[in-house]
Design a protein around this ligand. Structure first.
Ligand code: ADP
Length: 255
């Protein structure tokens, strides 16, 4: 049984078709990269997979059951979603934002307990945001805020982690630490799908890739087979040089 499965998904904004009959799955223990050019439908597909958007046709299954027949609480206990940008209308402290990851485990007004605090500390440590604990969230840089949102997702203790461009605001050091963290979580059993515009990072860290182009799956498979000159020419319209990473032995693309 897959962690998530999308069956023949169609999705429109108004009358514009964005997702055109996509079927895909995130198997248990998978580290999947979703790649493709701007506007291809990657973020839309991720939001369909976590239930924020509802398919116009087709079905999403969470561990074999229709996602849209599950309660919000059940979905949140299974799936954590890290969006590209998160805006906070109220200027909560960083610690309070991470604590929000525990809501799926609480009844209304139930105070947090030791288990919640342990999860929050663990998550802040993993995402390297402990030093910001008392800072108002909106005083952080976008890269720092992105790490806090990742910490909130970790505090949620999900079985599935869906991330939309999690490294887009991060410097080289934090790109590396976040991707290493995701790799570690994946080794601990969390199924992960990441939307990446950076093909080289996707190639370095993802076990399998799905390439979405114009709302359809253009190709899927291991980075070594999928990232080739012909694909980049057809999908991105440029000529590139592709070499094998000297240590990891996966393709890396140079302009
Ligand atoms: P990607 O993540 O691959 O860059 P998106 O899934 O964000 O692509 O967007 C796919 C297409 O859907 C784009 O053409 C985008 O302009 C359009 N789109 C995204 N969100 C909305 C929305 N809320 N309303 C209308 N069109 C949208």
């Amino acid at each position: 049984m897959n962690a998530l499965e999308a069956r023949s998904i169609q999705f429109y904004y108004d009358k514009t078709q964005i997702i055109d009959n996509i079927s895909m799955s995130l198997s248990r223990g998978e580290f999947l990269g979703i790649i493709g050019p701007n506007g291809a439908g990657k973020s839309t597909m991720l939001r369909l997979l976590c239930g924020i958007l509802r398919p116009k046709q087709g079905e999403i299954q969470l561990f074999g059951k229709n996602l849209h027949e599950q309660s919000q609480r059940t979905i949140a206990q299974n799936i954590a979603f890290v969006p590209q940008e998160t805006h906070f209308a109220l200027n909560f402290s960083v610690e309070d934002v991470v604590l929000m990851g525990r809501y799926p485990y609480k009844r209304p007004f139930q105070p947090e307990d030791q288990k919640d605090h342990t999860a929050v500390e663990h998550a802040m440590n993993a995402a390297n945001v402990e030093q910001f604990r008392n800072r108002p969230i909106n005083s952080l840089s976008s890269g720092e805020r992105q790490r806090v949102v990742i910490a909130r997702a970790l505090a949620q203790a999900p079985r599935i982690l869906l991330l939309d461009e999690p490294t887009s605001h991060l410097d080289l050091h934090h790109q590396h630490t976040i991707m290493e963290l995701l790799e570690r979580l994946n080794n601990e059993g969390i199924s992960i799908a990441v939307v990446h515009h950076d093909l080289n990072l996707a190639s370095l860290y993802c076990k399998n890739l799905i390439l979405i182009h114009a709302g359809k799956i253009y190709a899927e498979g291991k980075p070594a087979g999928l990232l080739n000159k012909k694909m980049v020419r057809e999908v991105y319209g440029i000529e590139v040089t592709i070499v094998s990473h000297p240590e990891k032995n996966v393709p890396q693309i140079f302009l």
